[in-house]
Structures are given as C-alpha cells and as structure tokens.
Design a protein. Sequence first.
Length: 223
Amino acid sequence: MPLIQEKDREFIKKEFEALKTPVKLVVFYSDTGCDYCKETRQIAEELAELSDKVSVEVHNFDSERDLAEKFGVDKVPATIIMSEDKDYGIRYFGIPSGYEFMSLLEDIIMVGTGEVDLQQSTLDVLKSIKQPVHMKVFITPTCPYCPRAVRMAHKFAYVSDFIRGDMIESMEFPALANQYNVMAVPRTVINDRAYLEGAAPENMFIEKILEALSIPEPVKNWK
C-alpha cells in the first residue's frame, strides 16, 4: 500500500520539475529492532518514482557497518540527502513523516536546484567557518515548528563543508532525547556545547554556532 497519496504524488511531481541535477537518497535500515525502517525506505522509494532526477540507494546497517561509519550513521532508520558525488551532511534519523515530510521534500529541491534562501550575512559567516559543527535537531512528527529548525540546520550544512545537520525523531530515540534533556521540541544541540530552543531566526542559530565554537575542544571533524 502506497504511503504517499495520489493527490500528493501529483503535487510532488510538479515540485520536482524544478530539479536541475540528480539527487540521491541514501537509506540505512535494519531488519531487527527498528520500528519504522520499512516505512522510511518505502517513502524514499516512492519519492524516487516521481522524478528521474531522484534515486535511492539502500544499505543494511547491520551488514554494512563500515559504510555506515563512513557516512556517520550510528542509528536507524537513517536517510541522507546528497548529490551524486557530494555528501552535504544532511541527515534524517527517524522516519521523515508528519510535518517533517515537507522538510524532506524541500531538502531534495534545495540539493537538486542549488538554491538556498539564507541572508547574505548568514552566508558570509557560514563560509568563514573552518571548524566542525554538528547540529542535532530533536523533533516530533506532530510539531509544526520543528521543520523550521530542521531546515535551518540542513541549509547551513548545505552551504558549509564543516557543518552537519541531523534531524532526530525524539520518540524513536528516547534514550538520546533523554541524554540531551529534550523536554520540548524543537531543541537544537550544537557540538554538545550550545543549545537552542524553538524555531529561532537565522541570526540566533549563527550566534549559537559561534558560541559553541568559542568553547575549547570542538568535536572531531565527521567528514
């Protein structure tokens, strides 16, 4: 049974007409202990059916640990949005459903068009960053404010080779959410040193990144 309804398929097809370059969805799954791996894989495969510019690459997390480590994947389901030859650091951990399904679509369009709507001042700061930045955005699928934070992290990752942006679905990874004291979403954790609550504007995300980088011993570069 399709997860994407027919009326939505037609809308997505229309949106994907804007894609100029190929986009690859890399999905890691496990056959055991993963509630939404099957559905996450199905979403990616159904999206790939809607444009010849979108492809899917599926990997078993249990049997392909070396590849998972190369991509920085330590939990499943995981979805990576990349071009054919570049990994921008855009990650989804957990099923990209509910409000986050639109984030997934917007990320695909961003990578496939090369268009990112950030202020020039933000772009200038991002391009000046030369230290690794890891942004973990904790969300729930029913949170209407979460996509803004997820998209901000993913836009930053797209622009900067030093930034990685993870969407983490709190209910699928409760131990991790508890570790980072997630009481409400979205909650963005930057380099495990700075924290930001809510769907904040660009300048606040930039301020928190710079704050995190000002603290000694930044995290190891993931790329």
